[in-house]
Design a protein around this ligand. Sequence first.
Ligand code: CDP
Ligand code: ZN
Length: 165
Amino acid sequence: MPSPPHPFRIGLGHDTHRLGPGDGLLLGGVRIPHDRSAIGHSDADVLLHAITDAILGAAALGDIGEMFPDTLEANRGRNSGEMLQAAAARLAAAGWALGNLDCVIFAQRPKILPHRERIRASIAGLLGIDVEAVGLKAKTGEGVGPIGEENAISAECVALVVRRA
Ligand code: CDP
Ligand code: ZN
């Protein structure tokens, strides 16, 4: 006999962008002054991209690159907040509500902690969830590899979704 549908599902998202000389980073929809910037077809918000993929993954709805191909001119410079909200709308349409997120930013610099509360509030606002449901941590690359040498920035996110009644 088939088992009843599970009331909870989890999703995992990961993203990496190259870094180059610049004037700041967009992380979770918040602009953080810095001497490098992330390079990408869209606005290169690595954290929102990881969250978007975690949400889509939880409901097995594919990934951000399928929804917004980087081969499409229309997606150049696209606002990642809009992409996240489009993914959240698909999640809701598939019968799931977002429970919580836990995210990690991998960056040698800048320090994320001083900006953490603003970033959490921005993500919660984009998704219409409580800020308490948005965990955010940061790790350096310990000075080694593409993260440590400041050639790349990455982010990861897990999302819990709850079946709607
Ligand atoms: O100490 P540990 O090796 O676990 O971590 P780390 O990568 O050396 O980072 C030390 C602390 O700095 C982390 O726990 C974060 O709270 C903070 N951090 C940050 O605010 N911004 C970053 N880009 C990296 C780390
Ligand atoms: Zn990305």
